[in-house]
Design a protein around this ligand. Structure first.
Ligand SMILES: O=C(O)CCC(=O)C(=O)O
Ligand SMILES: [Fe+2]
Length: 226
């Protein structure tokens, strides 16, 4: 069984401090720097700047502004962010997936762009979630529902601080990334299944369009045609 000595604890606290800032601290003992280096980026997390052009971003923001976005419903609670789901939506009261409206024509080319950029089969993206965060709104710690597999997030209108955390023994490891508008991040592997993520309250209105593949696309009747 592992016991936690005072010396070990302070090392862990140092490690956590380093990870909170997402930086590798040069002044640290070698062993600790190595440990921090190893988690400098959660495995399965990547992002591509300029996934859409400035013109496409403007057009998308216009479309998103026209959508009937509704406050995120978490059982009896309402979140501050506003959303619209396409393809599938997860119903927190029923605790299951429900079919949602088909993907609108103006989003389909972007779903295809995600598929071709990441060598996914055409049609692999089965769900799109559009989210609006007003100034001061973020999203709390979570992992996406297991019904979904990979998550690709397109950021629009403003930047955000995208945070990861995971608990190793009794220490939270934390990393924060600045995510720029027009970029696309990918959550797969450990970044999607092990690490939790959250977004700090944003400084200015931000939109995201998240594209998801399904965990069990075959055998569950989740293959939607579009
Ligand atoms: O807005 C984003 O980029 C991420 C939102 C998110 O984590 C989610 O909808 O599960
Ligand atoms: Fe998420």
């Amino acid at each position: 069984m592992m016991t936690s000595t005072p010396a070990l604890k302070s090392r862990n606290q140092l490690a956590e401090m380093a990870l909170v800032s997402g930086e590798v601290q040069r002044a640290m003992p070698d062993q600790l720097s190595l440990f921090v280096d190893k988690v400098a980026q959660p495995s399965g997390f990547s992002f591509e700047p300029d996934f859409v052009s400035a013109d496409e971003e403007r057009a998308l923001i216009g479309r998103l502004g026209d959508l009937p976005l509704t406050p995120f419903q978490f059982g009896a609670f309402e979140g501050k962010r506003r959303i619209a789901s396409f393809g599938w939506r997860y119903d927190y009261s029923m605790q299951k997936l429900q079919q949602a409206s088909p993907m609108p024509d103006w989003l389909i080319p972007f779903a295809h762009r995600v598929e071709s950029s990441f060598q996914l089969a055409s049609g692999a993206i089965q769900q799109i979630l559009c989210t609006e965060y007003d100034e001061g709104v973020g999203i709390g710690w979570h992992r996406d529902k297991p019904h979904f597999d990979e998550v690709f997030g397109l950021s629009l209108a403003s930047a955000c601080k995208f945070r990861f955390r995971r608990k190793v023994d009794d220490v939270w490891q934390r990393l924060t990334f600045d995510i720029e508008p027009r970029s696309l991040y990918r959550l797969s592997g450990a970044a999607r299944n092990v690490w939790e993520h959250s977004i700090a309250p944003v400084a200015a209105r931000r939109y995201s369009v998240t594209f998801r593949t399904m965990a069990i696309a075959a055998g569950k009747g989740w293959g939607l045609k579009r």
